[in-house]
Ligand binder design. Structure first.
Ligand code: CAA
Ligand code: FAD
Length: 380
């Protein structure tokens, strides 16, 4: 077993760290405040290869492994979790899904532009009444011969207002249940497709989350991903990889808050010494350091399994479950270490605390991760 990162991994980690410090940190408070999508920064992320990290260079990707992706996600999430969710959806849900299961034509037409960030993508599974219970899709895709007629609503879609390409799960044959669901590639300008209102969120406020409406949208048959009825399995397989991305986002939020807490604990003095030297504060830092280390190892293990072609469904769910709890706990404690200063925006930790919460909810709530893990444990 080798715990050492390669030279290439270290370079990618450094590049992501530099990008986060130089390009994301300035303005992150203002973007959060104004719910402003980081358009310029996303463009630069594309130029640096962060939006198609694992995509084969023949489709314009950076051709890197999932470990590199975890390292970059951690660094970017330390500073701006809104930017990192945009990155995560594009990389692990949209690009990976298309590369793994799409046709050559779909890859030429969509993946090549998604991998460079020329356009960005969205993944549309959730509906107003189908979140955790994802098989109960109400959106329909009626088979009309050469095309599907798409009708229904999607909810909570990340990149909803800024994407050009949408992977939409919809029910074609209700009688077949989840085996009747298809994933269709929908383009922004297809007639009958409308982007609904932007959600006003507690955290990751720089990312744009929208509802989407489809009314008699004609989607050509060649835009279906995989065989007829493969849509639900597609969503599940893609989400397994996506959960490594969100686990790494949670890890980054936690380690960002931890680094700020350590810095502050060395600077702030009470009762004649640095607060970190009071055991009550020092022990908090010790817990944070230990739990973050465990979360990082879990993210890297899941990534390693994926890179080596092994099953990683259970391990990615475990990484997300654990890292998201660590993000929540660490950020709450980081605010505490900062005292009153932690409660104001200037010190960043309150934003990280608000951002942390979503990692326990999206790409499957913590309860859903426990369902995935317990089923795997019982099947072993
Ligand atoms: N890989 C392949 N197939 C899988 C699979 C996997 N990891 N997991 C399940 N399946 C298959 C099953 O084998 C089954 O197919 P068969 O009957 O043909 O064998 C089918 O999918 C249905 O599986 P279940 O019977 O287990 O379905 P279920 O109704 O019990 O639900 C669930 C399973 C795990 C709870 C699932 O519904 C789920 O993951 N829910 C959460 C949804 C979610 O994560 N949404 C995230 C939206 S995207 C997002 O959130 C992005 C973002 O924020 C940034
Ligand atoms: P529900 O499924 O109604 O769950 C409510 C509560 O009940 C939760 O605590 C849940 O854990 C619990 N619960 C439900 N079923 C069970 C059970 N069987 N056992 C135990 N507890 C259970 N979706 C997309 O498709 N694409 C996106 O890009 C996307 N981005 C998002 C961005 C944001 C900011 C948000 C808030 C959501 C996003 N989502 C996206 C949707 C997200 O994946 C869902 O919100 C999530 O899966 C939960 O679904 P729900 O909100 O319907 O909650």
């Amino acid at each position: 077993m080798n715990f050492e990162l390669t030279e290439e991994h270290l370079m990618i980690q450094q590049a992501a760290r530099d990008f986060a410090q130089n390009e994301l940190l300035p303005g992150v408070i203002e973007r959060d405040d104004k719910q402003q999508f980081p358009a310029e920064q996303v463009k630069k992320m594309g130029e640096l290869g962060f939006l198609g990290m694992m995509v084969d260079p023949k489709y314009n990707g950076a051709g890197l492994d999932t470990i590199s992706y975890v390292l970059a996600m951690e660094e970017i999430s330390k500073v701006d979790a809104s930017a990192s969710v945009i990155m995560s959806v594009n990389n692990s849900l949209v690009c990976w899904g298309l590369e793994k299961f799409g046709t050559e034509e779909q890859k030429e037409k969509y993946l090549k532009r998604l991998a460079t960030g020329e356009i960005i993508g969205a993944f549309c599974l959730s509906e107003p009444e189908a979140g955790s219970d994802a098989t109960s899709q109400k959106t329909t895709a009626i088979d009309m011969g050469d095309h599907y007629l798409l009708n229904g609503n999607k909810n909570w879609i990340t990149n909803g207002g800024s994407a050009s390409v949408y992977l939409v799960m919809a029910q074609t044959d209700v009688e077949k249940g989840h085996r009747g669901i298809n994933c269709l590639i929908v383009e922004r300008d297809m007639e009958g497709f409308t982007v609904g209102k932007k959600e006003d969120k507690m955290g990751i406020r720089g990312s744009d989350t929208h509802s989407l409406m489809f009314q008699d949208v004609k989607v050509p048959k060649e835009n279906r991903i995989g065989e007829e009825g493969f849509g639900f399995k597609f969503a599940m397989k893609v989400l397994s990889g996506g959960r490594i991305g969100i686990a790494s986002q949670a890890l980054g939020i936690a380690s960002g808050a931890y680094e700020l807490a350590v810095k502050y604990a060395k600077e702030r003095k009470t009762f004649g010494k640095e607060i970190g030297k009071h055991q009550g504060v020092g022990f908090k830092l010790a817990d944070m350091a230990t739990e973050i280390d465990a979360a990082r190892l879990m993210c890297l293990r899941a990534a390693w399994l994926k890179d080596n072609g092994m099953n990683f469904d259970k391990e990615s769910a475990m990484a997300k479950l654990y890292a998201s709890d660590v993000a929540m706990k660490t950020t709450v404690e980081a605010v505490q270490v900062h005292g009153g200063y932690g409660f104001v925006k200037e010190y960043h930790v309150e934003r990280l605390m608000r951002d942390a919460k979503i990692t326990q909810i999206y790409e499957g709530t913590s309860e859903i991760q426990k369902i995935v893990i317990s089923r795997a444990v019982l099947a072993d």
